[in-house]
Design a protein. Structure first.
Ligand SMILES: NC(=O)c1ccc[n+]([C@@H]2O[C@H](COP(=O)([O-])OP(=O)(O)OC[C@H]3O[C@@H](n4cnc5c(N)ncnc54)[C@H](O)[C@@H]3O)[C@@H](O)[C@H]2O)c1
Ligand SMILES: O=C(O)CC[C@@H](O)C(=O)O
Length: 531
């Protein structure tokens, strides 16, 4: 059945066409994002949700989305999506990190020019027939210092454009390298320095616990008198009350705001103040940007729903369509290995180490790790997937480490998963054969060659005669057909294991019969998801 996607915000209809062309069923209901209850009522029918900023993908909405696999944000900021809730539910959250950057940077520059020359007020006055030539004295940008807070994609473009306007650009961004600052031709400074030196300040950081209120009342007091502030990033970065007071006192000469603490902003202490330019979150509103983000989000969501390729996800490592194809059997193997140790482990897990050898070590290990962890967690939580598993592992304080090596002998590559608990370490290794089928090749350090099937029985015993007979006879007497049988031992007379791949699940009473023979230390039924 074709996956179904709901578009619940105003997206360019180019997205609708992309979904259709790719074979994804799509419902375009651009007003639904504003109607929480209506959205809640139907979200359970969809595999994908494509949004802009009106739709709030809250924990409640995500909980009601029984079939949801992906949320695609046609834009950059994902503060309208509860990412932890999505991750826990195994829903991928994607954005389009570059599609509207130029457009938003241009809006910031436009706002800076507008506030420098009071263009909106001069425009209104002229339309009113007043011709107030002496009222609107502006300032030049050339030679002025622009303080950029956040020099990422958009901030970086703003730096470039501002230098073209012959401004001196200083940037505060703790994650900006000196090398990148040099490339951008800007001086990297501390926030305090920026607050004291800038004639204009423009914000380009996401809204996080660290950036909320970054221009606080205290910070505003430190600003150079006559400064002008531009915010085209997110409301909540600037203390709006304190800014309004600083504008009234003349300490701040002007402000241009595209974003507000509460949106839609229908009231604000900044409204109707002189030299405050406001736009209703128009940063990304150009035909070019809207087409870019709509096309990108539709492509990315279709790729994920149809091929498993992951691009620009905020809660899952990226996997290209090519990788998804090549890695498919290895991802399945990683899941089975995790699932094996998960089913064998009854105590709390403290740590997981995954060793990748040979060809496996050259793959996208972040994605393979997610598959291993999901496999391990599946026993406790059958709904866990590649997105939610690492979150759950982190919440439980499980330390995950990766080892990469290239010492392959018999195999082109293999993966070995070791789980550490207070009581013991348990490991299993596997590989993928040239037919694409995964195999267990080592359990408890004992070499085996076990085909993996949906239903298996695992036993441990001493290496003594009669084990094969007892297993075969017990299964045969109870109508269980063995598809494949693998034995392994540490040494003659030492520790031994048997792995039976059976056609159907083996009921506990049959396993009890085996246990009662006294020949086995452990008898366990295992199940693997072969889908
Ligand atoms: N007005 C609009 O319509 C519109 C459109 C697009 C994006 N945005 C907003 O613009 C923001 C920036 O977008 P982007 O694509 O440039 O994002 P980005 O991730 O490329 O850049 C953000 C930068 O902020 C820096 N940063 C993070 N924490 C910081 C901190 N505590 N102090 C200083 N710098 C910090 C990061 O290092 C990064 O360089 C988005 O998060 C979004 O909220 C608004
Ligand atoms: O969709 C929009 O209009 C705004 C997008 C913008 O806020 C973003 O973060 O990309």
């Amino acid at each position: 059945m074709a996956p179904r996607v709901l578009i619940s915000d105003e997206l360019s209809t180019a997205a609708v066409q992309i979904f259709k062309d790719r074979g994804v069923e799509v419902d375009y209901q651009p007003k639904l994002g504003k109607d929480k209850d209506a959205l809640l009522a139907i979200i359970g029918d969809y595999d994908g949700l494509a949004i802009r900023s009106a739709t709030k993908a809250t924990e409640k909405l995500i909980a009601a989305a029984a079939n949801l696999k992906v949320i695609g944000r046609a834009g950059i900021g994902v503060d309208n999506v509860d990412i932890p809730a999505a991750s826990k539910k195994g829903v991928i959250v994607m954005n389009t990190p570059f599609g509207n950057s130029i457009t938003t940077a241009e809006h910031a520059i436009a706002m800076m020019l507008a506030v420098a020359r009071q263009i909106p007020e001069a425009n209104a006055s002229t339309h009113a027939g007043k011709w107030e030539k002496s009222r609107f004295m502006g300032v030049e940008l050339t030679g002025k210092t622009l303080g950029v807070i956040g020099a990422g994609n958009i901030g970086g473009i703003v730096c470039d454009r501002a230098r073209g306007l012959r401004m001196k650009v200083i940037a505060y961004d703790p994650f900006l390298s000196e090398e990148r600052a040099d490339q951008l031709g800007v001086e990297k400074v501390e926030l305090e320095d920026l607050l004291h030196r800038a004639d204009f300040i423009t914000l380009h950081v996401p809204l996080t616990d660290q950036t909320r209120n970054i221009l606080s009342r205290e910070a505003i007091q430190k600003l150079k008198p006559g400064v002008r502030i531009v915010n085209c990033a997110r409301g909540g970065l600037v203390d709006e009350e304190a800014l309004a007071e600083a504008l009234k006192s003349g300490h701040v000469a002007g402000a241009a705001l595209d974003v507000f603490a509460v949106e839609p902003a229908t009231a604000s202490p900044l409204f109707n103040l002189p030299n405050v330019v406001c736009t209703p979150h128009l940063g990304a509103a150009t035909t070019e940007a809207q087409e870019n983000v709509a096309l990108q989000v539709a492509e990315q969501m279709s790729d994920y729903l149809l091929t498993g390729a992951v691009t620009n996800a905020l809660n899952m490592p990226s996997v290209t369509a090519e990788e998804a194809k090549v890695m498919g059997p290895w991802i399945r193997l990683a899941g089975h290995l995790g699932n094996f140790v998960g089913q064998m482990t009854d105590e709390p897990i403290k740590a997981i180490n995954v060793l990748y050898d040979g060809v496996a070590s050259t793959m996208n290990l972040a994605a393979l790790n997610c598959a291993v962890i999901a496999g391990i967690m599946r026993r406790a939580n059958p709904d866990v997937n590649l997105v939610s598993a690492p979150v759950i592992a982190r919440e439980r304080g499980i330390h995950v480490s990766t080892t990469r090596q290239d010492q392959t002998g018999m195999f082109e590559g293999y993966v070995k998963v070791t789980v550490v608990t207070d009581a013991r370490e348990r490991s299993v290794a596997g590989t993928v054969f040239s037919d694409g089928k995964p195999r267990f090749i080592q359990i408890k350090g004992i070499t085996v060659d076990a085909e993996i099937g949906a239903n298996m029985v695992y036993t441990t015993n001493e290496d003594v005669p009669g084990i094969i007979g007892t297993l075969g006879q017990t299964m045969g007497e109870n109508g269980v057909n063995i598809a494949n049988f693998t034995l392994g031992r540490s040494q003659r007379g030492g520790e031994a294991i048997a792995i039976l791949y059976v056609d159907d699940p083996v009921p506990e009473p049959i396993l009890d019969k085996l246990r009662r023979t006294g020949m086995f230390q452990q008898v366990k039924a295992l199940a693997f998801d072969m889908a």
